[in-house]
Design a protein around this ligand. Structure first.
Ligand code: CMX
Length: 143
């Protein structure tokens, strides 16, 4: 298996509004917009840093996995996301190699991408996401 590129870095935050001044104002990254991802109970903001995005994740429900993360570990790095082709085949390869998947089938995430997570206990403490754009959804990998 080989991933295409680092797609985005997810950062858990209590308030996107509070942190926007840092990423857009102080660092000067391009703000690409906000999106609600009801399936994950988060609101996300994307900032572009060349070919990689920074994804701020703010929980929208108290039982969101991101709310639990913030409570336990505080704000900070939440996951790394890699672009792949044929995500189901990549999931199957990881499973066959003995890695534990949170998602054994892809589901829809932000930007209408198909996503699947590897459990952080299996990927050495780093929550790892595979993502694949659906038809008609362009990411920086396509540009
Ligand atoms: N990175 C590294 N370790 C993490 C983690 C993360 N983001 N989130 C949880 N963990 C660790 C916990 O600290 C815990 O470790 P210890 O047992 O050593 O304390 C272990 O994983 C299990 O955590 P938990 O709190 O008992 O279990 P949760 O119910 O919180 O589930 C996880 C953890 C990873 C399975 C869950 O967060 C999950 O399913 N994540 C995938 C979905 C997701 O993160 N969605 C939000 C982003 C969506 C998007 O990008 O669009």
């Amino acid at each position: 298996m080989s991933v295409k590129a680092l797609n985005h870095i997810g950062i858990a935050v209590r308030s996107i509004d509070e942190q926007k001044a840092f990423y857009e104002g102080a660092l000067g990254l391009e703000f690409e917009g906000l999106e609600d991802v009801p399936s994950q109970k988060v609101r996300v903001a994307f900032f572009r840093a060349s070919n990689v995005r920074i994804e701020l994740l703010e929980p929208t429900e108290p039982d969101s996995t991101v709310a639990k993360f913030l409570e336990k570990r505080g704000e900070g790095l939440h996951h790394l996301a890699f672009s792949v082709e044929d995500i189901q085949a990549r999931i199957d390869e990881l499973k066959q190699s003995g890695f534990r998947m949170i998602d054994e089938q892809p589901r829809t995430g932000a930007h209408h991408m198909q996503i699947a997570f590897v459990h952080p206990k299996s990927s050495f403490g780093v929550l790892t996401e595979l993502c694949e754009p659906t038809n008609g959804c362009q990411t920086q990998d396509d540009e």
